[in-house]
Design a protein around this ligand. Structure first.
Ligand code: CAP
Ligand code: MG
Length: 423
């Protein structure tokens, strides 16, 4: 029988084991505490310790995390430390993301012992990572659904984001699809409101998809937002499968990881892909000195099994984004054999900013433009043609001005928005 206290959770000579989850935190200790004090509290309170000295059996202490690295670091204007913490595999319930996050992003974010704390990054070991399904297709959606393995896939959200009737929503979709876009996407706050009910929208949109496919000879698809109470959400997933859809869209942060895991399981059964919208992510990641980074949110989403997720526009669009390039690189990297994830660039995009966007992010992405399509002076169909022309030209290495000579819709878009995104 031994005793455990905060100091027992710090060992700077410790080498994390292969099966241990390693997390990196930015920490600013509270006044009167030094870095080791704070690090011990982070490791303790995120594993099995607490403020009082406890008597504990050996088997209990085997579950204790270890703060093994403490290095000076900065986050924005804040000076602090980067603390590395190693967590034993036995601490976690495999396949249960909510439990994992309750450890590594739980109470510790609210402790008085730290003025600022941010979960920056995780190294996921094989046992824990492979206890999750990962994506079903990942960036393989490009080939599997659109037969377009070598170019970005394109998407649009009807705007205004809510308020259109089902007929208006579907008409906009038809115009966008026949204008050349691959995907129609619901907005994050459009679910089953009276002005555009879910089931009506689903069947009408898939019908329009079929007409657009027949007219263009191209594969088209629809990101229908199934976000709801979990049981209802699963019923909506079943409805998408019954209606012949290929995708569901989930607001993964607001719906929650446990709900997402249930959707992933249901999508496996139906052979559906998952588009992850990240609304509310900024509540966690906006400021670099606190919270949970978008990098970790993207990692969690990959493990839970989304096929594509919004990761920003590398600062080109209207949203404040952190770290898009590195996050996208991680989403494409090997993770113990789990599928990759297709990054989605969205928010304030239009044809004029496609060249710098693809230059920064490459072509293995989805490019979403709402206002940048429906705000086109000649309407949705012209906006869709302009966006496709900009993507095609950029992938081919041609400049937009030359392409605009043969595509008047692109010329109008460049005239209207030039190459900047207004804030
Ligand atoms: C974009 C969008 C997306 C944001 C989400 C919107 O519309 O539909 O939700 O891109 O941000 O509602 O703002 P526009 P992020 O194309 O008209 O800008 O991708 O950073 O998660
Ligand atoms: Mg939106």
């Amino acid at each position: 029988m031994g005793s455990i206290s905060y100091a027992d959770f710090v060992d700077r000579s410790y080498e994390p084991g292969e099966t241990e989850l390693v997390c990196r935190f930015f920490v600013v200790p509270a006044k009167g505490l030094d870095a080791a004090d704070a690090a011990g509290r982070v490791a303790s309170e995120s594993s099995n310790g607490t403020w009082a000295e406890l008597e504990a059996e050996g088997s209990v202490t085997d579950l204790s995390a270890t703060a093994f690295a403490i290095e000076p670091a900065t986050a924005g204007e804040f000076e602090g430390y980067e603390v590395g913490v190693a967590y034993p595999d036995a601490l976690f319930e495999g396949g249960n993301m909510a439990q994992v996050l309750s450890c590594i992003a739980g109470n510790i974010l609210g402790m008085k012992a730290v003025d600022r704390i941010r979960l920056r990054d995780c190294d996921w070991p094989e046992p824990l990572a492979t206890s999750f399904p990962g994506p079903r297709l990942g960036s393989g959606v490009r080939e599997a659904i659109f037969d377009a393995p070598d170019r970005p896939i394109t998407a649009t959200v009807p705007k205004p984001k809510v308020g259109l009737t089902t007929d208006q929503h579907v008409e906009v979709g038809y115009e966008a699809w026949t204008g050349g876009l691959d995907l129609l996407k619901d907005d994050e706050n459009l679910t089953d409101q009276a002005f555009n009910p879910f089931h009506d929208r689903l069947t009408a949109a898939l019908d329009a998809r079929d007409r657009a496919e027949a007219e263009t000879g191209e594969r088209k698809s629809y990101l229908v937002n199934v976000t709801a109470e979990t049981g209802e959400m699963l019923d909506r997933v079943d409805a998408v499968a019954d209606a012949g859809g290929e995708y569901v869209m989930v607001d993964v942060v607001t719906a929650g990881w446990a709900a997402l895991q249930a959707v992933r399981e249901r999508c496996e059964r139906h052979g559906l892909a998952i588009h992850a919208h990240r609304a509310m992510h900024s509540a966690f990641d906006r400021h670099p000195d606190h919270g949970v980074s978008m990098r970790v949110i993207a990692q969690v989403a990959r493990l839970c099994g989304v096929d594509q997720i919004h990761t920003g526009t590398a600062g080109i669009g209207k949203m404040a984004n952190e770290d898009t390039v590195d996050i996208n690189e991680w989403l494409g990297s090997d993770l113990h054999g789990l599928e990759d994830v297709l990054p989605v660039a969205s928010g304030g995009l239009h044809p004029g900013v496609v060249p710098p966007l693809l230059d920064a992010l490459g072509t293995n992405i989805c490019v979403q433009a709402g206002g940048g399509v429906h705000g086109h002076p000649d309407g949705t169909h012209a906006g869709a043609k302009a966006l496709c022309a900009a993507v095609d030209a950029t992938v081919a290495g041609d400049d937009l001005a030359t392409k605009a000579e043969e595509v008047p819709e692109l010329d109008r878009a460049l005239e209207e928005w030039k190459t900047e995104t207004p804030r």
